[in-house]
Design a protein around this ligand. Structure first.
Ligand code: 13P
Ligand code: SF4
Length: 333
């Protein structure tokens, strides 16, 4: 076996080794997965070929539920860092691998823990609800984590009189506030992908395709959500395209989800919503797209890079995530 240098992996974020061209990389990954009792969990925003090799493809809630329940010894997370961190916190005895440590999240980065701790001090007596797109440090400062699938129900599960801090996504927070009418203090963070959609270009597209419906993730800005026919998490958008009678959809979220939409509805047409930068046809999350089959192969082979967290931090962060899972379980989400 080649020698891999841990310091270099830390610096680059991934194992920079070529894969022998004569091997069938998909078959080799499947073989190693079986030999090592590993499970591959992939988010809907991953490259199609990565989604196709995964044991489970889902949204951030589904992936957390899978991580909490798996019997595998190794969890290989084909997604971004906060998702792999959440898996490690839920399954601390397991080895959690991520093929590229640089697979971050602009939304999680928009909420630095020290600034958030100061912000929280200004609102004593408030319950903190944080979107799962946050670091373990923010989860440790949180009462209940939520995802876009359950944010509405989690806010509604609290008594009317409860004062709420919602972090870090301003768009999801404003959307939940408008749906529930609840008073919420909202952290001013956002995702770079979901704030890139152009309303003007989208309405032009709609004019050219009057039979198309607009479906949008709640991380999009209000002016996009206002024109949407359906708003929801990635799973909710996918399920909508399956149960809806329509034939054409303009999809305002990261383009990776189109793979599952097309697989589930081969007869329907899916158009990625256009970003403000007209030189590009769709919106990709540069972090999600750092994961490749080659990196998955090397990661399974060498069992690196691994997610490691201080025990105390994991213990402090776990309560807010398990509270979310309990509420979601109760509500069959
Ligand atoms: P989901 O909760 O729909 O998986 O969304 C996660 C995410 O990162 C959205 O940008
Ligand atoms: Fe984070 Fe946005 Fe990428 Fe989702 S799409 S992982 S919120 S940067």
């Amino acid at each position: 076996m080649d020698i891999v240098n841990k310091d270099e992996i830390e610096k680059k974020g991934f194992i920079d080794l070529d894969v022998d061209k004569s091997i069938d990389i998909v078959e080799e990954i499947k073989l190693m997965r079986q030999q090592k009792n590993a499970v591959i969990l992939a988010h809907f925003y991953q490259e199609s070929e990565v989604q196709d090799i995964a044991d489970f493809v889902g949204d951030s809630l589904g992936l957390a539920q899978q991580a909490a329940a798996t019997k595998a010894d190794i969890i290989l997370f084909a997604g971004v860092h906060f998702m792999a961190e959440t898996a490690k916190i839920l399954a601390p005895q397991k080895k959690v691998l991520i093929p590229d440590l640089q697979a971050g999240c602009s939304l999680a980065d928009s909420c630095p823990p020290d600034e958030f701790a100061e912000f929280k001090k200004k609102y004593p007596g408030h319950t903190v609800i944080s979107y799962v797109n946050t670091s373990a440090e923010i989860k440790a400062l949180t009462d209940i984590v939520c995802t876009s699938t359950n944010a509405l129900q989690i806010v509604q599960s609290l008594p009317e009189t409860e004062k709420i801090i919602f972090a870090p996504d301003r768009n999801l927070g404003n959307y939940i506030r408008s749906m529930t009418g609840r008073e919420m203090v909202i952290w001013d963070g956002a995702c770079h992908v979901h704030e890139e959609f152009s309303l003007e270009r989208m309405l032009e597209l709609k004019k050219e395709n009057p039979d198309a419906q607009i479906i949008a993730h709640p991380e999009c800005e209000k002016h996009i959500l206002i024109v949407a026919d359906h708003i929801g998490s990635t799973t909710s958008l996918l399920n909508y395209t399956i149960r809806d009678k329509g034939k054409k959809y303009i999809v305002a979220t990261e383009s990776g989800i189109l793979h599952q939409m097309r697989k589930a509805n081969p007869e329907k047409i899916f158009i990625p919503a256009p970003p403000k930068d007209s030189t590009c046809a769709c919106n990709d999350c540069k972090y999600m797209k750092l994961i490749s089959l080659k990196k998955i192969y090397n990661t399974l082979k060498y069992e690196l890079p691994e997610i490691t967290l201080e025990q105390d931090l994991m213990d402090q962060a776990r309560g807010s995530i398990t509270r979310m899972l309990e509420i979601s379980d109760r509500l069959h989400l």
